[in-house]
Design a protein around this ligand. Structure first.
Ligand SMILES: *Cc1c(COP(=O)(O)O)cnc(C)c1O
Length: 233
């Protein structure tokens, strides 16, 4: 396995995030790179950690639990992000392990997490997933439907809702994905007005489109394949 290549990929992605931020007049430090490590071995993850990339994103709770165990000896405190769908019955075990749950995709799940948050010392923060691309297969509130639930969202005061998350349509690039990102930011601004609480985070942008996402205000980009390009497992 080519450790140097992973480090070079990481440096390139970081550089592109910084350039995109500068183009948009944003502070490059305002966007956190979440390295998406789903289906990657622990050996492939270690070079990222050694290069200081300590925010890791996993899609599947079970896989996340296993990797948390396998990486207890990591060279720094890993900040785990669950970026995939969470079933309510896996929440209790996942809660203490993660900093942020990105894809809370229904009011039902949010309510479950809110109840759980009342029972634990330091609950993770969450983003609400919004389907901005109108693709049937995607989870989440369907676009402006998230505004209709504003009151119920505001009532969930024990869980720390920090922002919105979206996935652009399949097969998009930065330019075709951009309207989704612009839309997510607008929905966030509307929701802030309705609930009267700040929602500082926008989790948007993946390998194909993260530069556009940064230009449009992403504070969390979820990048996987671009970090592992050219690397044999
Ligand atoms: C896999 C995944 C990513 C990363 O996608 P890449 O195209 O590999 O960068 C980001 N977000 C979610 C929700 C994912 O499932």
């Amino acid at each position: 396995m080519n450790t140097d290549r992973i480090r070079d990929n990481l440096l390139a992605v970081r550089g592109r995030i910084a350039e995109a931020a500068r183009r948009a007049g944003r502070d490059p430090a305002a966007t956190t790179l979440v390295a998406v490590t789903k289906k990657r071995s622990v050996e492939m993850i270690r070079p990222l950690l050694e290069a200081g990339s300590l925010d890791l994103g996993e899609n599947y709770p079970q896989e996340l639990w296993e990797k948390v165990d396998a990486l207890v000896d990591a060279p720094g405190p890993i900040r785990w992000h669950l970026i995939g769908h969470l079933q309510g019955n896996k929440a209790r075990r996942t809660f203490p392990l993660v900093r942020t749950i990105h894809a809370v995709d229904s009011l039902k799940l949010l309510t479950t997490l809110d109840e759980l948050a009342a029972e634990v010392a330091d609950p993770p923060s969450v983003c609400l997933q919004v389907n901005t691309s109108a693709e049937e297969a995607k989870h989440g509130w369907r676009d402006a439907a998230v505004l209709d639930d504003a009151e119920a969202i505001a009532a969930c005061s024990r869980i720390h809702v920090v922002g919105l998350m979206t996935m652009a349509g399949y097969g998009t690039d930065g330019e075709t994905a951009r309207p989704s990102f612009v839309r997510l930011r607008a929905l966030r601004d509307d929701l802030v007005r309705r609930i009267g609480r700040p929602l500082p985070h926008l989790s948007m942008g993946m390998s194909n489109d993260y530069e556009a996402a940064v230009e449009e205000g992403a504070t969390l980009v979820r990048v996987g394949s671009a970090l592992f390009e050219g690397v044999e497992p």
